[in-house]
Ligand binder design. Structure first.
Ligand SMILES: [Zn+2]
Ligand SMILES: [Zn+2]
Length: 587
């Protein structure tokens, strides 16, 4: 089982215990465990098999939870959860998937209105029966209707890109060892860098399809063969992920890669452009429509490479991240495709945590890991005091950490030139009632201040927006962290007027973050593009809570590329001196 699956089991246990009115500390223990595990990058199975470490080293994991993790890793099931499931009405599960509907609220709806399904709840909302239930009201009723649509959307049950990437990299590596496979590439939404991926597509260039399929069936990650044909085999891999592998001839490889990369909308536009030019595009290549007989595979005018396909319809090659069916074809035609930012352009990481709050690794370890990754500067941004769950820093502890950073910088520079500069930072919290959780006289001493909203996320739109705009207007706040608060598959964005936020950021010279955590990817592509258009500098940050978390930068870069961002749009592609010049534009 993956970390996210185990976290989901613990969350579910907490839900059911809460539904039953169970002990609050027990409920919280499961919630905290789910939170810790959900935030880990390293698989729990790896932690467990490491002789030098124990599962109980993890924050909030005691002996009992460690045992349960082992049971889950061994069997994929948890007897406690199965027992709880028999005690709670089945509909309660379904209802708890609606964001904002906690176990207690669900129980109230079940007990007072006899709601027994999502449909029944939807109907009760439409008939305005929910607003009459104690503690609900008309606003909550409207929010529930919205969120039912969210819960029903299958897009929210897809796998995170980063998890899908681990699977496809394994399978690509395996298929590249097949002697009969000449070229092997992944396609589909994974290649386009979508935040979540439904299934995986692999395209192989070979004249020996059967041998390639046989090789696939020997892949150690294979759980089942779903269907095997002459040119396509579908299998089930780890975590029920479906993988479709297609074998094509060399002269069709580019056509197949283009076709199966999609998106559907992009390909529809491309095909219509081809038709206008008397051509037809399919997975075998580009053919002339004028030939009397249906096009045969031999007489394609393009197909070998993707670039050939685009060239045949008068376009430059379009990066997969832009192929979502927006205006990319028009921009390509005008020669206005962006030169997208790349991972190698990134020179600093401006959001990370250490053991001083809820990080797993020490300041020194984080900095060493950043040097290993070739970064020129990092900002240490542990939580401010409001985040009590993470032992957030008050003035005294923060100043102590900054002394430590001063000493670290001195020792790094002891031989004349330092490999890295460590910035004294903080992730302050925007308080529910407005204001920040540390005073300005402390923030004035920081090199870098991230302001984020972690509490009061259910507040109405105007309140949330006002809190964020207020933080933006603070002269010491440099960047807004994870500006919409969404957690993929788990929690929708909070209700915020992003246009107003982008506006305020542009007006004050405040940066906006693209948080690279695979659960967040926040700002998303569209908001990042809007910020860019408004002239707001973006910062791609990992928000790493461990040294391994620093590797998530690539997920943030992918999201930036989907938003059409170039190197110049991303502030942390600059040297530290240039970054400081950009920062000086504020206040
Ligand atoms: Zn945060
Ligand atoms: Zn953070």
């Amino acid at each position: 089982m993956t970390n996210s699956e185990i976290a989901a089991v613990f969350d579910r246990v907490a839900d059911l215990l809460e539904y039953q009115g169970g002990n609050v500390f027990r409920v919280r223990a499961y919630r905290n465990a789910a939170h810790t595990i959900g935030g880990l990058v390293e698989p729990l199975a790896t932690v467990r098999s490491d002789e030098d470490r124990a599962l109980t080293d993890l924050e909030g994991i005691g002996d009992d939870l460690a045992d349960k993790i082992e049971v889950l890793l061994d069997t994929g099931r948890l007897p406690l959860l199965e027992e709880l499931k028999t005690q709670v009405p089945a509909a309660a599960f379904e209802l708890m998937r609606v964001p904002g509907l906690g176990p207690k609220k669900v129980k109230q709806l079940v007990d007072t209105l006899g709601i027994d399904s999502l449909e029944a709840l939807e109907q009760a909302c439409r008939e305005k029966r929910v607003e009459g239930v104690k503690g609900f009201g008309a606003k909550t009723q409207a929010a529930i209707l919205d969120n039912i649509a969210f819960a029903k959307d299958p897009a929210h049950a897809r796998m995170l890109w980063n998890d899908a990437d681990a699977i496809i990299q394994d399978i690509l590596g395996w298929m590249r060892t097949c002697p009969q496979a000449r070229q092997v590439e992944g396609a589909g939404s994974w290649r386009r860098g979508r935040e979540t991926v439904g299934d995986l597509d692999v395209v192989v260039d070979s004249h020996a399809a059967a041998a390639v399929m046989d090789h696939l069936e020997r892949w150690p990650g294979l759980a089942a063969v779903l269907q095997r044909g002459d040119t396509k085999t579908s299998i089930r891999g780890p975590q029920d992920m479906q993988i479709d592998l297609r074998v094509v001839a060399e002269e069709s490889f580019g056509a197949a890669l283009q076709y199966f990369t999609g998106s559907k909308e992009h390909n529809v536009k491309l095909r219509s452009r081809a038709r206008d030019r008397g051509l037809t595009i399919n997975e075998y290549g580009v053919h002339r429509l004028s030939t009397a007989a249906p096009p045969a595979r031999g007489d394609a005018i393009a197909g070998r490479s993707e670039a050939d396909i685009y060239e045949a319809v008068g376009l430059p090659w379009i990066p997969p991240e832009l192929r979502e069916g927006g205006d990319e074809i028009e921009r390509a035609e005008l020669g206005r495709l962006p030169t997208l930012v790349e991972l190698a352009d990134i020179r600093g990481d401006l959001h990370m945590h250490t053991t001083a709050t809820d990080g797993e690794d020490t300041l020194a370890d984080m900095v060493r890991a950043a040097i290993d990754r070739g970064l020129e500067y990092v900002a240490i941004t542990d939580h401010g005091q409001r985040v009590t769950m993470a032992r957030g820093l008050d003035r005294t502890r923060l100043l102590k950490q900054w002394d430590e950073i001063d000493r670290l910088n001195e020792s790094l520079a002891s031989d004349g030139h330092s490999p890295i500069t460590v910035l004294k930072g903080i992730e302050v919290d925007m308080l529910e009632k407005g204001g920040l959780d540390l005073p300005d006289d402390v923030l004035a001493l920081a090199d870098w201040v991230v302001a984020s909203l972690h509490y009061g996320q259910q507040q109405p739109r105007d309140r949330i927006t006002a809190r964020i705009v207020e933080a933006i207007e603070n002269p010491f706040v440099r960047v807004i962290g994870h500006p919409t608060g969404r957690l993929l598959n788990r929690r929708p964005a909070y209700d915020v007027d992003m246009a107003a936020v982008i506006d305020a950021a542009a007006r004050t010279g405040t940066f906006l973050e693209i948080n690279a955590n695979p659960w967040r990817l926040d700002l998303d592509d569209r908001h990042a593009a809007a910020a860019r258009t408004a002239g707001v500098p973006l910062v791609i940050s990992t928000d790493a809570h461990s040294t391994r978390g620093l590797d998530m930068m690539r997920c943030g870069v992918l999201q930036a590329r989907r938003g059409g961002l170039e190197k110049g749009d991303v502030a942390n592609t600059r040297s530290l001196a240039d970054l400081r010049r950009l920062m000086a534009k504020k206040g």
